[in-house]
Design a protein around this ligand. Structure first.
Ligand SMILES: Cc1cc2nc3c(=O)[nH]c(=O)nc-3n(C[C@H](O)[C@H](O)[C@H](O)COP(=O)(O)OP(=O)(O)OC[C@H]3O[C@@H](n4cnc5c(N)ncnc54)[C@H](O)[C@@H]3O)c2cc1C
Ligand code: HEM
Length: 388
C-alpha cells in the first residue's frame, strides 16, 4: 500500500499539523537530527521557530497532496525545494540523517498506533521527500547562488533604502519575480526581495527595502548597508506577470511593493504598444512616495502608463525635511488621500483588468477583498505569497 494508504498518510499528516499540536514532535525531530548530525545544525539560524513552522507546514501540505492522490505538484515542489536548499550549503549527504531522524521521531510519537501498514506509508513519504529533493539537487548544474557588491545605498525617505548592486554574473529572473537574499550583517538569515528592474545583462540590480518595526534584516539593510558590502542572491521565485494580450492592467503598490511592479512596467516599456496600465502607488505620508520621480519619467515617455499617488495622511511628518524632496514635476494624476483599498475602489471594480497587488500583507488582503466585493473576479487578481 505505502503512499496509496490514505488512512496511514492521514495519521502522519495530523502528526505534523500545528493546529493539532505538532510542536513537540517537530521540536523532537530537530533535536534528534542535530544530535546525529552536528553539521546540519550549523546551517540553520540560531532561532528555529520559523523553520519548525515552515517544515510542519510543508509536511502537512505534502501529505494532503498524497491523500488527494496528486503526485505531479508535490514532486515539482520537492524538486524545487531540493534545488533551492543548495544555497544553504545542503549536500546530498545530509539527507540520510534527516530521514533516519524523521522515522525515529514519528515512530516514537505514534507508538500506540504503530503497525506494519503505518510504518510502510511513513517510510514511503519520507523516502519520496528526501529522494526527490536530493536527486533534484544532485542533477542541477546551475550555481545555487550569485554574489554581488553593493555599489549605491540611497535613503530617499526615513524607512526605505534603494540599494544598487553589481553582481559577479548577470542574474536570470523574470520581471515581477523575487529572490532570496542574504546580507553580510545577518549571515544565514535569508529574506525575499523583489528586483525593481528587469534582469540586466551587465549584472546590475536594484532593490527597494523598507525597514519593518523590529525587523532584523530590513533594519540592517536600511540603516547599515554600505557600498562594498557583498550580498548573496539565490534563484528566483514567483510568477507575477502582465499578459500583453490579456487586456488593460491595474497595479496597486504599497511602499516598496512598488519594486516588482516597476520592474514589470520597465519591461513593458521595451514595446511601443501595450495594454493601458494604471498604477496606484501608496504610502502613509506624501514624503514616503519615494520613487515618484522615476514613475513620472516612465509615464512621460509611455502614454499607456498613468500613475495615481496615494497617501494615507495629507501632511508630512517633521522628519520629512531630513530627506530628499520626492515631489515629482507636474504630469501625474493628483495625489489622493486615504487607504489604498478605499481609493482604488472609488474608481469602480476594475473587473475588466488584469490586477496586480504588491505590498504589506494587510494592504494586499484589504485591497483584494475590496475589489472582489466590488465585482472584480478573484482569478484576475495576482499577488505574491503573503508572508505576514
Ligand atoms: C515574496 C516576497 C517579496 C518581498 N519583497 C520585498 C521587497 O522587495 N522589499 C522589501 O522591503 N521587503 C520585501 N519582502 C519582505 C522581506 O522579505 C522581509 O520579510 C522583511 O524585510 C522583514 O524582514 P526582517 O528580517 O526585517 O524582519 P523579521 O525579523 O523577519 O520580522 C520582524 C517582525 O516584523 C514583522 N514583519 C515581517 N515582515 C513584515 C512586513 N513586510 N511588514 C510588516 N511587518 C513585517 C514580523 O511579523 C516580525 O514581527 C518580501 C517578502 C516576500 C514574502
Ligand atoms: C525531508 C527533507 C526536507 C524538507 C521537507 C525540508 C523543508 C524545508 C522547508 C519547507 C524550509 C523553509 C523554506 C526554505 O527556506 O526553503 C527549509 C529550510 C531549510 N532547510 Fe530544509 N528540508 C529538508 C531537508 C533538509 C536538509 C537535509 C537540510 C540539511 C542541513 C536542510 C536545511 C535547511 C536549512 C538550512 C533551511 C533554512 C532555514 C532558515 O534559513 O531559516 N533541510 N527546509
Amino acid at each position: 500500500m505505502g503512499l496509496e494508504d490514505r488512512d496511514s498518510v492521514r495519521i502522519l499528516r495530523d502528526a505534523f499539523d500545528p493546529a493539532l499540536g505538532s510542536e513537540q514532535l517537530v521540536g523532537d525531530f530537530y533535536t534528534r537530527w542535530f544530535a546525529a548530525d552536528l553539521s546540519a545544525r550549523d546551517l540553520f539560524p540560531p532561532d528555529m521557530a520559523t523553520q519548525r513552522r515552515a517544515f510542519a507546514h510543508a509536511m502537512c501540505w505534502l501529505c494532503d497532496e498524497l491523500i488527494a492522490q496528486r503526485a505531479e505538484e508535490p514532486v515539482a515542489f520537492l524538486a524545487q525545494l531540493g534545488r533551492d536548499h543548495r544555497k544553504y550549503g545542503v549536500t546530498p549527504a545530509h539527507y540520510a540523517a534527516v530521514k533516519d531522524a524523521l522515522l525515529a521521531t514519528v515512530r516514537t510519537a505514534l507508538a500506540d498506533r504503530w503497525n506494519a501498514r503505518l510504518a510502510e506509508a511513513v517510510s514511503d513519504v519520507f523516502t519520496l521527500a528526501v529522494e526527490v529533493m536530493s536527486g533534484a539537487a544532485d542533477a542541477e548544474s546551475t550555481p545555487p547562488f550569485c554574489d554581488g557588491t553593493v555599489v549605491e545605498h540611497l535613503r530617499p525617505t526615513r524607512d526605505v533604502a534603494v540599494v544598487r548592486l553589481k553582481m559577479d554574473h548577470p542574474l536570470g529572473y523574470h520581471p515581477g519575480q523575487y529572490l532570496p537574499v542574504q546580507v553580510p550583517q545577518w549571515p544565514r538569515r535569508w529574506r525575499y526581495l523583489s528586483p525593481a528592474m528587469p534582469a540586466d545583462p551587465q549584472g546590475h540590480v536594484e532593490f527597494h527595502v523598507r525597514s519593518v518595526p523590529g525587523g532584523m534584516v530590513s533594519h540592517a539593510i536600511v540603516g547599515e548597508a554600505r557600498p562594498g558590502d557583498r550580498w548573496r542572491l539565490a534563484n528566483p521565485h514567483g510568477g507575477m506577470h502582465v499578459d500583453r494580450d490579456g487586456g488593460d492592467v491595474l497595479m496597486v503598490a504599497g511602499s516598496t511593493g512598488l519594486a516588482p511592479l516597476r520592474a514589470l512596467i520597465m519591461d513593458l516599456a521595451r514595446y511601443a504598444v501595450n495594454p493601458r496600465v494604471h498604477l496606484f502607488f501608496g504610502a502613509k505620508y506624501p514624503c514616503e512616495l519615494y520613487d515618484l520621480r522615476t514613475l513620472w519619467e516612465l509615464a512621460s515617455m509611455n502614454p499607456w502608463l498613468s500613475v495615481t499617488p496615494v497617501s494615507e495622511l495629507n501632511f508630512d511628518p517633521p522628519w520629512a525635511g531630513d530627506f530628499p524632496d520626492n515631489t515629482p514635476p507636474r504630469g501625474l494624476h493628483v495625489r489622493q488621500t486615504g487607504l489604498l483599498s478605499e481609493v482604488v475602489t472609488r474608481y469602480g471594480s476594475w473587473g475588466d483588468r488584469q490586477i496586480l497587488l504588491c505590498g504589506r500583507a494587510e494592504m494586499v488582503r484589504a485591497t483584494k477583498a475590496a475589489l472582489i466585493a466590488k465585482g472584480a473576479p478573484a482569478e484576475r487578481i495576482q499577488h505574491d505569497p503573503l508572508a505576514d
